[in-house]
Design a protein around this ligand. Structure first.
Ligand SMILES: [Fe+2]
Length: 353
């Protein structure tokens, strides 16, 4: 057995269908008496509705969360939090809202409850990315993570099947890369394997039967585990490539990750036998990269980077950018093979060799 370091996370996770009913108890457990609710502008009404559940523990709603956690918004929210004398924060929404909760939590020490409505996974990580004057900074600190996460399947029933497919595969990428991360460990590998298994079954079931609550529950369960992987170990080539592609060509985040994943896994396959063995078991003996590619086709998401707006002459530029700022990966980066990988993903072909 390889040596490893494992750090457990002190987060309370409440999972189920209808768990929002327990919000009051969870708020009391953290001794919050005046809870500030955070949402995006589009979800303000959903945030206001929490007042009924919080009763006199409701301090107000700040419906200003936006993408990339700009410092100006955080400062506005901090002023509002002190005006309403908040002693705790409830973030109801996706990555943007949960990011704002973390930004407030790390500056004030106020306890945070996250109620995720997407599969992004931010609620399970001690990572905060913020922007000030267009510059993004990212930091990781155990103090950033929410104290309690409430997963309520009921809140995910309105996620459209197409979004379930792409954001589910985007989440799965965290579990796939966790299996071969440089700082991988046996506990997180168990969770990663279970995450991939849950997602591989649940995502196509939700896409073909959007009102199947059991499939929705399994997808959210998988998303939780994927978030745990993201919050515990590092990532590799897949994330590096998606970061380069998204930044250079302004491609949609989840779609880019969903398209690139089978290709990145194929590139690494020969260097990561344990990850491939675990995933081959999940896919009933079939090749995992081919299986992930087929999963995308089965759910009818875009197969190619071309379809989501990447120009063909961008392939060479993406290769240059990948090598300009190299990143750890289990298989060293080889120029010709990386170019072939990106070309396959651009064309939407099955993963090559
Ligand atoms: Fe990611």
């Amino acid at each position: 057995m390889d040596p490893f370091v494992y750090r457990s996370q002190a987060v309370r996770v409440v999972f189920g269908d209808g768990t929002l009913d327990r919000l009051g108890e969870e708020v009391d457990l953290l001794s919050i008496r005046r809870a500030l609710v955070l949402t995006t502008a589009g979800h303000e009404a959903q945030g206001r509705a929490l007042a009924d559940r919080l009763k006199d523990r409701f301090a107000g709603v700040f419906p200003g969360a936006v993408m990339h956690t700009p410092l100006a918004v955080t400062e506005q929210a901090l002023r509002f939090a002190s005006e309403v004398k908040a002693d705790g924060v409830i973030a109801l929404g996706g990555g943007s809202t949960i990011g704002l909760g973390k930004a407030i939590g790390v500056r004030t020490g106020l306890p945070q409850i996250a109620i995720p409505t997407t599969y992004a996974g931010s609620e399970m990580t001690p990572i905060l990315g913020e922007t000030a004057d267009g510059v993004k900074t990212t930091r990781s600190d155990p103090a950033i993570a929410p104290k309690t996460v409430i997963y309520d399947v009921a809140l995910t029933l309105s996620l459209p099947p197409r979004l379930v497919a792409v954001s589910g595969l985007n989440a799965m990428a965290h579990a796939v890369e966790a299996l071969y991360a440089r700082d991988r460990n046996p506990v997180i590998s168990l969770m990663a394997e279970e995450a991939i298994r849950a997602m591989a079954t649940a995502l196509p079931a939700v896409v073909s039967g959007p009102s199947d609550r059991e499939a929705r529950a399994n997808a959210l369960y998988g998303a939780w585990l994927c978030g745990l992987c993201l919050g515990s170990v590092g990532v590799a080539l897949h994330h590096k490539l998606c970061h380069v592609l998204g930044g250079a060509f302004n491609l949609p985040h989840a779609e880019t990750h969903a398209i690139v994943l089978p290709h990145a896994l194929r590139y690494n396959a020969g260097a990561v036998p344990d990850a491939i063995n675990r995933m081959t078991r999940i896919f009933a003996g079939r090749d995992p990269a081919d299986s992930l590619y087929d999963l995308g086709r089965q759910m009818q998401i875009p197969a190619s980077l071309r379809e989501i707006g990447m120009p063909q002459d961008g392939i060479a530029r993406a290769v240059d950018l990948t090598f300009a700022n190299p990143y750890w990966n289990p298989r060293p980066l080889e120029r010709g093979a990386i170019e072939a990988l990106i070309a396959h993903a651009w064309a939407g072909e099955p993963p090559g060799n």
